[in-house]
Design a protein around this ligand. Structure first.
Ligand SMILES: Nc1ncnc2c1ncn2[C@@H]1O[C@H](COP(=O)(O)OP(=O)(O)OP(=O)(O)O)[C@@H](O)[C@H]1O
Length: 297
């Protein structure tokens, strides 16, 4: 499998502040890779390091097997990038900007540009300074989706888009995926990316706390147990223990501890039982809360 982007042991400080600590992950050819984490986690810092817009303290960043930080101009030729906050030349029109962005990247203008302008409902004759945040984002997205590159990087790409345009964005990502293209998609909202990503890395306070497929992550997550038992006291120390007025108890348990918990439930005289797998959103919130998935006993 071709490694398109390989980040190893990346460290970055701003003064005394450690923004990235030992960040490592690999994005393979044809993957749509979600780079997820709360605000301020280090997503943009990582992406800007890849693009050579920030100088890393240590670690390696390889693009298509080559040092990405050696020849930054060359790196940019392999990448289409849409930042979270898009700033454009104020006196150019959207259409002129798309053409300029494509020419700067060495890409030909094709009919695809017109199709995307229509799809995203952009008026390309307006000057950039008159555009809303969402329209500026559309200009950058249209240029990126029109480019033929090895890696597409989108940093919080739908923050200014309305739900219909966000859907168009997702469809375009799926089209890239079908074409075997590689995408790195950063977001702090799981629901925004879960329909399109194959694999995710979760970053929190500058550290990668999980890398894997969405199904892998679900496998590791804690299960919720709801039960009616004659003696609830053995369960009162389980995480998120709660007792309803009707006596039903609920708590969470790591999947690995399920057999032991079932034995304890039988001993406690269980009369009713429901085991619910976590939603991905639940799981994601666990990373936000504690930085680690619950493997508690
Ligand atoms: N130029 C800078 N100087 C000092 N601190 C910085 C600089 N750039 C980023 N930081 C800090 O580094 C940390 C990571 O920021 P970063 O922008 O990478 O987060 P993020 O995950 O992209 O967040 P968001 O989802 O809010 O965009 C934050 O605490 C931020 O304040």
């Amino acid at each position: 499998m071709t490694k398109v982007l390989e980040i190893s042991h990346l460290n970055k400080t701003f003064g005394k502040f450690q923004a990235l600590s030992d960040v490592s992950f690999t994005v393979n050819q044809g993957q749509v890779f979600g780079f997820l984490g709360p605000n301020g986690a280090g997503k943009t810092t990582t992406i800007r390091s890849v693009l050579g817009l920030l100088k890393r303290d240590s670690g390696t960043i390889k693009l298509m097997g080559e040092d990405a930080t050696g020849n930054v101009l060359d790196t940019h030729r392999h990448i289409a990038y849409v930042p979270g906050d898009v700033y454009l030349w104020p006196n150019l029109t959207g259409g002129e900007t798309i053409d300029l962005l494509l020419r700067m990247g060495g890409h030909a203008r094709t009919k695809r540009v017109d199709d995307l302008i229509k799809l995203f409902e952009l008026d390309p004759r307006k000057k950039n300074r008159t555009y809303s945040k969402g329209n500026r984002q559309k200009v950058a997205l249209i240029a990126a989706f029109s480019a033929n590159v090895d890696l597409y990087i989108f940093d919080e790409p739908t923050s200014g888009l309305d739900p219909l345009q966000a859907r168009n964005f997702q469809d375009q990502i799926l089209a890239l995926k079908q074409a075997g293209k590689t995408v790195l998609l950063s977001s702090h909202i799981l629901s925004e990316v879960e329909k399109v990503v194959d694999c995710v890395a979760v970053i929190r306070q500058g550290q990668i706390v999980e890398v894997g497929s969405l199904t892998d992550l679900q496998e590791h997550a804690a299960l919720r147990i709801n039960a009616q038992v004659q003696d609830w006291t053995p369960f009162q120390d389980y995480p998120k223990f709660h007792q309803e007025l009707n006596g039903e108890i609920s708590f969470t348990v790591a999947r690995a501890l399920l057999p032991k918990t079932m034995t304890a439930l039988v001993t406690a005289g269980v009369t009713d039982l429901k085991v619910t797998p976590p939603t991905l959103e639940d799981l994601f919130m666990q990373y936000y809360d504690t930085g680690a998935v619950a493997h508690e006993s």
